[in-house]
Design a protein around this ligand. Structure first.
Ligand SMILES: Cc1ncc(COP(=O)(O)O)c(C=O)c1O
Length: 420
């Protein structure tokens, strides 16, 4: 790649939707001018569309309802513990109602946070890994659902709470994910769940401690898109063989939790997940069983509900590569740094302008890997311009840190249709 190359690549349009579009030539969230927000609040700045998590959850619930499958949806809180977002999720339905969305928690802290934000214990499902005795002190003090992902966890919970109702997380030996790292099961052993060769040990531990196993859980991985539905289906098929063995052993399984993992596209040429096809796959494989299917999406709910604004602080050519430097670091936007999710970056002024150059977009953390996009087509930008990194609503703010003593980003939450 050289800086001399001049392109004329049309700007991507996959991201356009009600609530995120071009108004008067500028990128707008719910009618609000993003440049004005950036100048008012400073950058980096997360901007959330408060209507979007509800739309995404409703779309999933509707697709599941169309199959006739008995189902429940729980939001994976780790994607966004932000109270403003949780209020939207809580608002979808009162506890116990058909439209209510529960919480998938992965730590005692998340359980306590869900309780503090209005969820009842019965609506909370905890699926953790390497759970300590201190974790169990908290978890066992609340009547939440607990999925145990190791034989040793069954032994410890069994000793501390004999007779308790629990779930078992299994490792289906197949997975799907945006990258290899984001597939949580496959041929290579991963740290999650009870593998096929340990299932009898798990059943034996449960029996010895009179634990009632009423749930089977698996999670295939995160960020998978439309073209990886077959990978998820394979995980589900494998999981049903665990289910058969649990039922044959007398476990009264009434819930099969298929985890989260649905991703969001970040490129025109990526294939979105077809929710009806996803729902149909789950319905087809679980139809023979008298169970409720549980879903725990995180990123699918939040990713496109937020973007991150930053200011261009440097445009400089270095040995044939044009670097566009932002006042944003991986400490507040780790999607590319950690997970290698493709990032889409748009100038907030004239975001549909043709892209004319290939650049590397870099952050302000003193690490060479602090990048957001490499060899990436971008319209002309100048120092002082504001750009938006799209798909930042899930995990990025939740995982933020003050590495290099760079402060956390601010956040604004916008209602649909008000611009405020
Ligand atoms: C057990 C479990 N459930 C749900 C999720 C949510 O995943 P996602 O945000 O990819 O939907 C995760 C994420 O790691 C998980 O580990």
């Amino acid at each position: 790649m050289t800086t001399e190359a001049v392109l004329a690549v049309p700007a991507p349009t996959w991201w356009r939707r009600p609530g995120l579009d071009v108004v008067d030539g500028s990128l707008s969230v719910n009618g609000a001018d993003l440049e004005a927000l950036a100048r008012e609040h400073g950058t980096p700045l997360f901007v959330y569309d408060l209507a979007r998590p509800a739309e995404n959850l409703r779309a999933l619930q509707d697709a599941l309802s169309r199959t006739g499958l008995r189902h429940t949806v729980r939001f994976a809180l780790k994607a966004s513990p932000d109270p403003a977002i949780l209020a939207v999720v809580r608002g979808l339905g009162a506890p116990g109602s058909a439209t209510a969305v529960g919480i998938d928690a992965c730590s005692p802290g998340e359980v306590l946070h869900a309780l503090a934000n209005g969820w009842e214990p019965a609506e909370i499902s905890h699926t953790g890994t390497n759970v300590s005795e201190r974790d169990l002190d908290v978890l066992l003090a609340h009547p939440v659902r607990i999925n145990l992902d190791a034989v040793s966890q069954l032994e410890r919970v069994g000793r501390r709470a004999p007779g308790r109702t629990v779930g078992i997380r299994v490792n289906p030996g197949a997975g799907a994910g945006y990258t290899e790292h984001l597939a949580y099961a496959g041929e290579r052993p991963t740290k999650f769940g009870i593998t096929a060769d340990r299932l009898e040990d798990a059943i034996d531990a449960a029996r010895r401690h009179s634990l009632v196993v009423d749930t089977m859980h698996f999670h295939a991985g995160s960020g998978w898109l439309g073209d990886q539905l077959a990978g998820f289906e394979q995980a589900l098929v494998n999981a049903t063989s665990f289910l058969d063995r649990l039922l044959a052993a007398g476990c009264p399984i009434r819930e099969v939790n298929v985890g989260g993992g649905l991703g969001r596209i970040a490129r025109d040429d990526e294939a979105p997940v077809d929710l009806d096809a996803y729902a149909a796959v789950v319905a087809r494989h679980l139809a023979p069983y008298d169970v409720t299917a549980a879903f725990e999406p995180g990123d699918f709910v939040m990713k496109d509900a937020g973007l991150l604004l930053g200011e261009v602080v440097t445009v400089e050519d270095r040995a044939g590569t044009r670097f566009v430097g932002l006042d944003v670091g991986w400490n507040v936007s780790c999607s590319y740094f950690i997970y290698r999710y493709a990032q889409e970056v748009l100038p907030v002024r004239d975001p549909l302008h043709d892209r004319t150059q290939r650049v590397t977009i870099a952050g302000h953390i003193n690490e060479a890997g602090d990048l957001f996009a490499e060899d990436y087509p971008l319209a002309e930008v100048a120092e002082g311009d504001i750009v938006a990194i799209l798909n930042q609503g899930g995990y990025d703010q939740a995982m933020s840190m003050t590495h290099c003593l760079r402060p956390l980003a601010g956040a604004v939450h916008l209602e649909r249709g008000t611009g405020a």
